[in-house]
Design a protein around this ligand. Structure first.
Ligand code: AHR
Length: 502
């Protein structure tokens, strides 16, 4: 049997994990809002029209922050359309997804819903078709207490207390030619710089995210980061990263190695930020916000057809990827990668949360259900809070089409000091062999095994549905902790969460 070894010590600390790395995203896209979180005629809807079956699944995930309202959607969004009496709100052509936006759910309804599921809002502004003025008015509407045009308008709309939204994205994917109002790095850098300065005049307590590249494959990456940060460095707090993966060539070994590409992306962005920091002789260390990430490819063809041949529908079924078991493994690997970079990565948003490339799906005339990817996200969010530890792992390796030296096992360890708990997250991405992992945990004296949760399935392509949850976690009984040494069997193709307590 193949073996791997790991040494973990409570003093080898990477950083405290910012809980916001378990954030998510709701865009006015497809059925995320309408018939997703909001469906007044659903039997579980509350008096505001929000589905409580969905809200409960979101609460269970403990999502600390939700990005809103887009995405590509935001680059032609007129926020004023989404506030005030619902019957007076205009319907709009939504350019990013060629859909109809009715504005039945807007800013105030969404922030109220977010509070009800214990999440903060990460608000994105339109730097595509609009600019400084609209951004300032929106911020005044949201965060200024009262006594000015837009704060009083909010109060007139029945929202007395300011929303106090702390985190703001300066546009979305402005490097992408598909973006309405796409810009060059120079154009975006200057606009973002001036918008940031004005917004911080209104509310100096806010934190701002400058747009990074839409993916590591963009031809302008990483010059985009270097050039835009040259303008925005002193005025923003984060730079964004976005990345989606897919198993387009039916090569699962290669697919599961893509978290290495994600890691390389993170390291390159850090290096670019540090280059700008050095150039500017700045003391400020730029933080990272990986505010769109997931697997996304299953629905591509169907989406092209809807947008091209059936445009301007309200809530069309767009981006409804049905996730396989192997997708859940890559999601687990991506989460492990985030935790390893907890020192610089302070926010991340799984894109998205409901119906649109999402862990939660809804039937309009039925229930809400959990996709395969729901589970690694749930486990990381629940048990991945605390201090990320720098473990030393030695694992068998393999090569794939695009990657060399891919470790069979990838793992990260989180120490919850206060609760005196330790969680080991580990994926065995070897598709044919179980691996025995021996873990030296001697610095955790007096700890015992709480549980070993495993997500596995004989069919890599297994999916869940409203009827069947065939990919769901279960308990493994193949871990033993004796005298500070954990011996565990990590089954081929499996996601593992091993929890220890004192
Ligand atoms: O999450 C779906 C889309 O992916 C977002 O709207 C956009 O920002 C990205 O290209």
């Amino acid at each position: 049997m193949k073996k791997a070894n790991m040494i973990v010590d409570k003093d080898w600390q990477i950083s405290e994990i910012d809980k916001r790395i378990y954030g998510s995203f709701i865009e006015h896209l497809g059925r995320a809002v309408y018939t997703g979180i909001y469906q007044p005629d659903h039997p579980t809807a509350d008096k505001n029209g929000f589905r409580q079956d969905v809200a409960q699944l979101v609460r269970d995930l403990q999502v600390p922050i939700i990005r809103y309202p887009g995405g590509n959607f935001v680059s032609n969004f007129y926020w004023e359309d989404s506030v005030g009496p619902v019957t007076e709100r205009p319907k709009r052509l939504e350019l990013a997804w060629r859909s109809l936006e009715t504005n039945e759910v807007g800013l105030n309804e969404f922030t109220k819903w977010a509070r009800s599921v214990d999440s903060d809002v990460m608000m994105a502004i339109n730097l595509g078709t609009r600019g400084i003025e609209a951004a300032c008015n929106l911020l005044e509407y949201c965060n200024h207490p009262s006594g000015t045009k837009y704060s009083d308008l909010r109060i007139a709309h029945g929202v007395k207390q300011p929303h106090n939204i702390k985190t703001w994205c300066l546009g979305n994917e402005m490097d992408g030619p598909w973006q309405t109002g796409h810009k060059t790095a120079q154009e975006y850098g200057r606009l973002a710089e001036e918008t940031a300065k004005a917004m911080k005049q209104i509310d100096p307590t806010i934190e701002l995210v400058s747009c990074g590249s839409s993916s590591a494959q963009m031809p302008t990456f990483p010059e985009w980061e270097a050039n835009t940060l040259d303008c925005t460095y002193d005025f923003v707090d984060y730079i964004s990263l976005h990345q989606y993966f897919g198993n387009r060539f039916e090569d699962t070994d290669n697919f599961l190695a893509q978290s290495m590409e994600m890691e390389h992306f993170i390291k390159t962005v850090i290096a670019t930020c540090d280059y700008v920091q050095a150039k500017k002789r700045s003391k400020k260390v730029m933080k990272l916000s990986f505010d769109e990430w997931n697997v996304w490819f299953h629905s591509n063809e169907a989406d092209d057809d809807i947008m091209k041949n059936h445009p301007w529908q309200k809530a069309p079924a767009l981006l409804e990827d049905i996730y396989t078991f192997e997708d859940a493994l890559l999601v687990g690997l991506m989460l492990i990668t985030f935790i390893k970079h907890a020192d610089r990565l302070k926010m991340a948003c799984m894109a998205q949360l409901v119906n649109v490339i999402a862990p939660i799906m809804t039937q309009t005339d039925g229930s809400a259900w959990k996709q395969t990817i729901y589970y690694p996200y749930l486990h990381a969010s629940k048990y991945g809070r605390g201090i990320a530890l720098q473990s030393v792992l030695s694992s068998p390796k393999h090569d794939t089409m695009d990657f060399t030296d891919v470790t069979d096992i990838d793992s990260v360890v989180v120490y919850q000091e206060q609760q005196q708990e330790v969680t080991i997250f580990a994926v065995n991405r070897n598709l044919s062999e179980d691996i025995q992992l021996e873990c030296d945990l001697r610095s955790f004296e007096g700890y015992h095994l709480i549980e070993h949760i495993v997500l596995e399935h004989p069919d890599l392509k297994a999916v869940n549905s409203a009827m069947i949850q065939q990919v769901a976690p279960k308990l493994s009984h193949e871990s033993i902790l004796e005298q500070g040494k954990l011996t565990t069997l990590l089954h081929k193709a499996s996601w593992n969460v091993i929890r220890l307590g004192k």
